[in-house]
Ligand binder design. Sequence first.
Ligand code: COA
Length: 253
Amino acid sequence: MNDLLIDSADGVMTITLSRLEKKNAFTQDMYQKISEVLNQSRESVDVRVVIIQGHETVFSAGNDINDFLGRSPSGVSAVLNFLTSISTFPKPLVAAVCGPAVGIGTTMLFHFDLIYAGDNAAFSMPFVNLGICPEAGSSYLAPRMMGFPRAAEALLLGEPFLAESALEMGFINRIVPPREAASLAQRQAQKLADKPLGSLLATKRLMKKGQDSILAERIKAESDTFAMLLQEPAAREAFSAFLEKRKPNFSKM
Ligand code: COA
C-alpha cells in the first residue's frame, strides 16, 4: 500500500496520507488499512498516540469520487469500519492539516483530540453540493461544536471555512505556517506519549462519555441515508460533472 506511510517511534504512530496525485482522496484500501492499524493499536503497548497527516499543500480531497460511483456493499462497510475505528479509538488522535480537507477529510476530524493546522487549511463538507448527506456523525457534532448557523453554512450551503474561523469555533487547536504543522503535531503527540497511558485513556473516555451511543446510532443512520442518496440521479450527475470537469446541472432533479 503506497498511498499510506506508517511510522512508529517512541509510542507515536504516524499515518501519512500519500496519494498526492489524487490530492490524497481516500480509496477503499486506504480506509481498510487505516482501520486495521488503528484496531491493532488499540491494545498495543507500543502505540500510545496516533497522528494522521497529509501533505503541506493538501490534507485530503475526501472520498475518491470514482470509488463513490462504483461503491459496492463492501465499500460501504470499509467506510463504516474506518469511521467506527476513528470515532471509538481510545487513545489520543492528533492531526496535522494543511490545504484542503474535503468531505471525510473534515468530518473525521470531529473525532480527533488535537488538530494543528497550516494557515492554508480549508475545511469543507460539500455533501449537499454532491447530492449526498453528512457522515461521520457530523450532522450531530457540527451544530454542537460550531453552532447551528455556521453548521448550516458548512453543511447546507457546503461553504468552506478557513483556518482562522476553525480556530475561532474551537474546531482546531493552533494555526502555524504549513511547513511547521507536522513537526508541531509530532511534538504535541510526543508530550502525550510521555504521559501515563492509563490516565490518558481514562480522561479521554470521560471527556467523550455520554455521546458514544448517540454517535454510533447517528453514524449508522447517516451511512444508510448516504448509501441511498449515492444511487440517486443528483449524486450521479455531481460525480460525473466533477470527473468531466464541468458544472453539475441539477435543474431537473
Ligand atoms: N476523487 C478522485 N479524484 C480526485 C478527487 C477525489 N475526491 N479530488 C481530486 N481528484 C483528482 C482530480 O480529478 C485530478 O485528477 P487528474 O489529474 O487525473 O485530472 C487530481 O486529483 C488533481 O485535482 P485538481 O482538482 O486538479 O486539484 P486542485 O488543486 O485544483 O483542487 C481540490 C484540489 C481538493 C480542491 C479539488 O480536487 C476538489 O475539490 N476535489 C473534490 C473534492 C470532493 O468533492 N470530494 C468528495 C467529498 S464528499
